[in-house]
Ligand binder design. Structure first.
Ligand SMILES: CC(C)(COP(=O)(O)OP(=O)(O)OC[C@H]1O[C@@H](n2cnc3c(N)ncnc32)[C@H](O)[C@@H]1OP(=O)(O)O)[C@@H](O)C(=O)NCCC(=O)NCCS
Length: 174
């Protein structure tokens, strides 16, 4: 197992810590829990439309990744009664036989602005490089300045999409 697959612990700044680890096939309820902690606005920014429930095929896909072309990392905290709670997730997917991957990112509304999104992206980028990918791209809603700022701090370049002003494409050579 490579160095970037080792689970990493980060400080939340309030004396507690969170861990970043690859998603596991038994994370279903924790992924649903994260979704339930996203406000309608955050769900819209992540999925680009209003949804009230995670589609079953989305869950099926994310819990059974093909690690040759995909990766999903989750940020977890230990909570009182539950063994773990997922508070953030970053994922990339790449089409077969291509060296470009597309990312997505969500952090629970109650845990934003602690650096979790940035750390998830840094670790995801490291995995993508390790997996031999050459470029990471993302489609970010133009009205999502927080996400556009986050990725620009990580070196992504932002470009317009000519026929779709609602979205920007952000890209990073790996
Ligand atoms: C966009 C999103 C992923 C950001 O996640 P996050 O965990 O809040 O991101 P970070 O904490 O790493 O960075 C956000 C801000 O917190 C600041 N920050 C980072 N670490 C910090 C810390 N320890 N203390 C205080 N502020 C901190 C960052 O500087 C940044 O602020 P800035 O934009 O003014 O520079 C999250 O808000 C989200 O899930 N939104 C809804 C879904 C979405 O938009 N997804 C993107 C679609 S691809």
């Amino acid at each position: 197992m490579s160095a970037v697959f080792i689970n990493k612990s980060y400080s939340l700044g309030n004396g507690s810590a969170y861990l970043i680890r690859p998603i596991q096939s038994n994370d279903k309820e924790r992924i649903i829990g994260l979704f339930n902690h996203l406000s309608p606005g955050s769900r819209y920014l992540r999925f680009a439309h209003a949804i009230s429930k995670l589609p079953d095929d989305f869950l099926e896909d994310i819990l059974h990744l093909d690690y040759a072309t995909e990766m999903a990392l989750v940020a977890v905290i230990q909570t009182g009664t539950e063994p773990e709670e997922i508070i953030g997730i970053a994922r990339y997917v790449s089409p077969p036989n291509q060296r470009v991957c597309e990312f997505s990112l969500s952090v629970s509304d109650s845990h934003t602005t602690h650096g979790i999104g940035t750390h998830l992206m840094i670790d995801l980028i490291a995995h993508a490089k390790e997996n031999g990918l050459q470029e990471m791209v993302g489609y970010v809603l133009s009205n999502n300045p927080k996400m556009l700022h986050l990725v620009s701090e990580l070196g992504f370049k932002t470009s317009k999409i000519n026929d779709d002003p609602d979205f920007k494409i952000v890209s990073l050579p790996l």
